[in-house]
Design a protein around this ligand. Sequence first.
Ligand code: NAD
Length: 473
Amino acid sequence: MSTEKEYSFFQSVERSFDKASSYTKWETGILEQIKACNSVYSMKFPVKMDDGRIEVIEAYRVQHSQHKSPCKGGIRFSMAVNQDEVMALAALMTYKCAIVNVPFGGAKGGIKISPRTLSPYELEKITRRYTSELVKKNFIGPGIDVPAPDYGTGEREMAWIVDTYQSLKPGEIDAAGCVTGKPISLGGVRGRKEATGLGVFYGVREVCLIPEVMAKAGLTVGIENKNIVVQGLGNVGYYTAKFFREHGAKVIAIAEYEGAIYCKDGLNEEDVFQHRKATGSILNFPGATNIEKSSDALEMECDILIPAALENVIDGNNAPRIKAKIIGEAANGPLTPEADDIFAKKGVLVIPDMYLNAGGVTVSYFEWLKNLSHVRYGRLEKRFTENANMQILKQIEDLTGKQVTTAEKLIIAHGPDEIDLVHSGLEETMITATKEIMEIWKENPSIPDMRTAAYVCAINKVGTSYAELGIFP
Ligand code: NAD
């Protein structure tokens, strides 16, 4: 029987945790507390549908850990939502936040609905009612628990949440920070849309800059000229492909559910996206070869494989046929535990999802900070920096007697906008997280893979918080 069938999602997260905790020095009690889900709110509420029927909606909010406040995690709208899944995803949020040094506990929410079968008015009623249930039980707030978009939700739902919260909490000055992923006009931050793909790029780039890692993989240092295969041309896949291409790598294949395309000279993701929009398929893209069976693209000869679509796409069956030297888990859970074991034995480096796709939560943290400070990033320093840079440049020009061009002047003087600061904050976050995980792995070479090293990193940070908090008498 396969491992996936034997264990629930939450139990398999616990298994990965247990495997990693054997490489830490925490006493059992602390480990048990880190692992436990602190609060589980399971609710049911009635909603009158457009046809007059009353439907009872099943929903959850799980706060896995309050070692830091607030807790943070997305809200999922899907018929597959159940308590075990929400608990597992909330636990993963605790570890993800710890790895990228985002000072939040982990949480997750879910409503068991099929958003595509509901009208916008029904969705709005359900979202607003869910929010008011969270308010009633003190399960939402800028200092308590801050939801965000996830599967089936986006800016629109976050706008309904913030509006409901604000109307129930009049005068709460930081109310905009009760949820992230909002439209810019309601307190959202620039750079959120591309954040996960950009974080994936920064994370893979940092790993590829480590000479020992690349020597082991039989690759040259850096991402330039590396051949990349991307599965999924959605939000994460599109931006990951874009940043790789812009930094000199070649995206040689893109896989979507209708098939895959290949071009040895590299594909431009925007052209492919427009072609798919116009024709309804990525197949028959000019200059590319069709691959009828989409999953065959995963098995192509390449340097880096980026699964950015769904979970469990690489399992014990296809893992032995995968030829990539590095796999960057942009999607959540694209590899099964069997695939993980096969890659560890083959020496293929798997860069784990919990760290690699943390760009979204990192930029959500920046949005929350923006909401608490009530000022757009860059507003205070942009002009000051530009004026100071212009003065320095003028002095240099006067002293050297040489002039730079107007275009060069604009680049040198440029003071940071919100988008510049968000991207730079994300880059710093991914660089630091990579260093921390790799140091743990280097110090203990018996750790079997980077995923376990990432878990060790998370356990150590959360464990330190609990140990320093002390245990209430
Ligand atoms: P998305 O819906 O925008 O894109 C997913 C894409 O995958 C779609 O274009 C879809 O057609 C394609 N796809 C579906 N089945 C496929 C198949 N069998 N083969 C190839 N392609 C297939 O979703 P997204 O936001 O890009 O998320 C992708 C993954 O990344 C998910 O696992 C998600 O949980 C994870 N993730 C997303 C974010 C984020 O900020 N969006 C953050 C962290 C993790």
